[in-house]
Design a protein around this ligand. Structure first.
Ligand SMILES: C[S@@+](CC[C@H](N)C(=O)[O-])C[C@H]1O[C@@H](n2cnc3c(N)ncnc32)[C@H](O)[C@@H]1O
Length: 409
């Protein structure tokens, strides 16, 4: 008989999750949230094996549903701009897939952007898919706390949503009617099928949880259902996945939108035209030693090869909210492109420390210091680590160094 942990692991396997990203500590925490702190019994496990509703409840605990309206902003601004030029004269509605859709924030944002661009609701049809029953129930209700819509342009109020007397925001019926919600596992063969094919697919912030084979299977499935010159929008940390596929960048760098290239035109995707081609992110790869990290020509202020600021801000925000796996993958993606990013090395150190991987945390912070010997936050965190390891004199030396560096800054 399988234990509760093994059953939880089985649920993750069905969803395609990478064991390194959704690890046993997270599974144990999810089991505890469902079954309390007392050790689970064989009876609990037997009941779970036989009870589909109980397994769904446990799965809900494993899913990270975090999403928000106009997440990353730029893809939605791009859609709005494309309405007058590209789509106003269309004879058939734009067919759009938002998968995964969490609690509806993404598909409704897509609809809002199109409506703000001047497209009537009948001009589009959005299919929205997610594995989470709870997320979909909220999505169908279309009611959110007012803060959830803070990134939506103010002019959308009264057109796309309205406020209730209690201060909540309710998505307008005309928009809700254009979004069809479905529950499904995107990794299930045949889940994504049907005609007509999609003109636009949003698939953001799911690949980062998946193991390599699941990522490739999902990308293959998305390619099959994308129209010949369709648009695929992915998340910050996910663009590198398209490197070997026939896509070209659409819109500005922060959109992470890619236009499919018709067969025979051009073979490979250009995901980062101005930066070196990113390596595929692999959370299993051991980190490189400081000596292997290329030291920038000007260590104090390394010139960034591209604007990594928004991704770092996002990674930090995720870390602040306790979403370590997402923060880690985003940071790894940044470091895969440029290992000399001091702030990313520093953040990786903090993430490792937060997860108890103290030796690795030290290595990352030392790498940050190798790149910028006067990086005060890294000096301070190394001092804390030294202190908790009982190395008082080492901690004191690091603090002195931090004070000197701070005074010179
Ligand atoms: C972090 S949210 C991303 C939502 C949205 N795309 C965004 O970027 O804000 C990840 C979502 O993926 C869903 N999910 C995870 N694995 C899935 C799977 N195998 N099939 C469908 N949905 C899945 C979760 O329920 C969750 O709502």
């Amino acid at each position: 008989m399988r234990s509760l942990l093994q059953i939880a692991r089985g649920l993750c396997d069905e969803a395609g999750f990478d064991h390194q990203v959704v690890n046993d500590l997270q599974l144990q925490a999810a089991v505890r949230r469902c079954y309390g702190n007392s050790p689970a019994t064989g009876e609990d496990a037997q009941r779970l094996e036989n009870d589909a509703a109980a397994r769904t409840a446990l799965l809900e605990e494993l899913l990270v549903r975090e999403s928000w309206f106009y997440r990353d902003q730029r893809p939605f601004e791009m859609l709005e701009r494309m309405v007058p030029g590209e789509w106003r004269q269309r004879s058939s509605p734009l067919h759009i897939l938002s998968a995964p859709c969490a609690a509806g924030e993404e598909p409704y944002s897509i609809g809002m952007a199109l409506m703000l661009g001047g497209m009537p609701p009948q001009g589009f049809r959005i299919e929205a898919v997610d594995l989470s029953v709870q997320g979909l129930a909220k999505a169908r209700a279309g009611r959110y706390r007012s803060g959830a819509l803070r990134a939506v342009p103010a002019r959308a109020e009264g057109i796309c949503f309205r406020r209730t007397p209690e201060g909540d925001c309710v998505v307008e019926e005309a928009l809700r009617e254009r979004v069809w919600f479905h529950r499904g596992n995107l990794l299930e063969p045949g889940m994504l099928s049907g005609e007509p094919r999609f003109d636009i697919i949003f698939c953001r912030n799911l690949f980062i949880y998946l193991h390599t084979a699941a990522r490739q299977a999902l990308l293959d499935a998305l390619e099959r259902v994308l129209a010949p010159e369709g648009l695929l929008v992915v998340g910050h940390a996910e663009a590198a996945l398209l490197r070997d596929r026939a896509f070209e960048r659409q819109g500005s760098a922060g959109c992470f939108a890619f236009r499919r290239i018709p067969a025979g035109s051009r073979p490979v995707c250009d995901t980062h035209p101005t930066a070196p081609a990113p390596r595929r992110v692999s959370p299993k790869k051991p980190a490189r030693s400081p000596a292997q990290v290329e030291r920038p020509a000007t260590p104090r202020h390394p010139a960034p090869a591209r604007d990594t600021g928004p991704q770092l801000v996002q990674a930090r925000a995720l870390a602040d909210h306790g979403h370590y796996a997402e923060a880690r993958l985003l940071t790894q993606a940044l470091l895969a492109v440029d290992p000399a990013l001091v702030e990313a090395q520093h953040l990786m150190g903090l993430l490792n420390a937060a997860e108890g991987a103290l030796a690795e945390a030290r290595r990352c912070l030392e790498r940050a210091l190798y790149l910028d010997p006067a990086h005060v936050p890294s000096l301070e965190h190394l001092a804390l680590l030294a202190e908790s390891a009982g190395d008082g004199p080492g901690a004191a030396r690091l603090r002195e160094r931090a004070a000197r560096a701070g005074a010179m800054a």
